[in-house]
Design a protein around this ligand. Structure first.
Ligand code: NAD
Length: 260
């Protein structure tokens, strides 16, 4: 459990900083009810990750059907969940004028639902509320395509070009979105504090952002339930639930700014 000292120290680091980048992973959404990558009973515990490599999606109808089946289950869950105190703490830091941006590995849209404008959220692994044609690149609203899937179109294709339609999220083996990566690298290099929250920091290349921040001279704080490979690089490591930790941190920052 996080100590008062760690929570106060993180609040101080945020107060001292001018451009805070928050880097988030699946752990910030577990308190909303979305299992992370490794939780027992989570989606990935029941499906074989190997089945969902991008190359398989592109080369096999059977894999596309299975992919849409798994994605439909995930989408059903995403429609029921709500942001939690971790997401609202990011909004609070924005309202205090501290937040440069959120860089997220999550595809659940919860930072935006909590109230951050989409130009403040850099999504490294896409967003499940859209669908993209793998041939012509056209984007479609997820709800429109999901309706087709729910009505029996098990692996939908594009009305314009007959390309394969895929939720606009990044699968294993799929290229990272160039714009989002460039922006994320820029903001990581130019922030003065990066707070990595709820990420195992093992999924590359996303997990290089904390190191880019350090290389650019920023401080690094890591808030996670378990240790990460970059704890040795961090100025502060807080072991705890991001919602619990960050709501206390945001309250301390607010109190300090109001008193100043
Ligand atoms: P990860 O599953 O590898 O790591 C999550 C980390 O968060 C773990 O170390 C876990 O101990 C920690 N954690 C869980 N609940 C926590 C909490 N309440 N407070 C603090 N820490 C907590 O996740 P990752 O690093 O984001 O990488 C997994 C990949 O899976 C990413 O590519 C991501 O796109 C994707 N993913 C996204 C979602 C989502 O959008 N919500 C959910 C599952 C997986």
């Amino acid at each position: 459990m996080a100590s008062n000292y760690e929570i106060e120290r993180l609040a101080e680091m945020i107060i001292e900083a001018q451009r805070v980048v928050i880097f988030t992973g699946a752990g910030v959404s577990t308190e909303s009810g979305i299992p992370d990558f490794r939780s027992p009973g989570g989606l990935w515990d029941r499906y074989d990750v190997e089945e969902f490599y991008f190359q398989r999606f592109m080369s096999s109808e059977k894999s596309r059907i299975l992919y849409w089946e798994m994605q439909s289950e995930l989408y059903g869950l995403l429609q029921k969940v709500e942001p939690n105190p971790s997401h609202y703490a990011c909004v609070a830091l924005h309202d205090f004028g501290k937040l440069d941006c959120v860089i997220t590995q999550n595809i659940d849209n919860l930072h935006q639902v909590a109230g951050l404008s989409s130009d403040k959220v850099i999504e490294l692994h896409g967003n499940a509320i859209e669908v993209k044609c793998m041939s012509c690149g056209k984007y479609w609203a997820r709800e429109v395509i999901q309706k087709r899937v729910d009505q029996g179109d098990k692996a939908p294709i594009c009305d314009e070009c007959e390309g394969y339609l895929k939720p606009a999220t990044i699968s294993f083996g799929q290229s990272m979105p160039v714009d989002a990566m460039e922006q994320a690298e820029y903001h990581s290099r130019n922030c003065d504090l990066l707070v990595a929250m709820g990420s195992s920091l093992v999924v590359q290349p996303a997990a290089t952002m904390p190191l880019l921040a350090k290389a650019g001279g920023a401080k690094l704080a890591i808030v996670n339930l378990e240790n990460t490979p970059y704890d040795g690089e961090a100025d502060l490591v807080v072991l705890g639930k991001t919602g619990e930790v960050m709501s206390q941190v945001a309250a301390l920052v607010k109190g300090s700014l109001e008193a100043a």
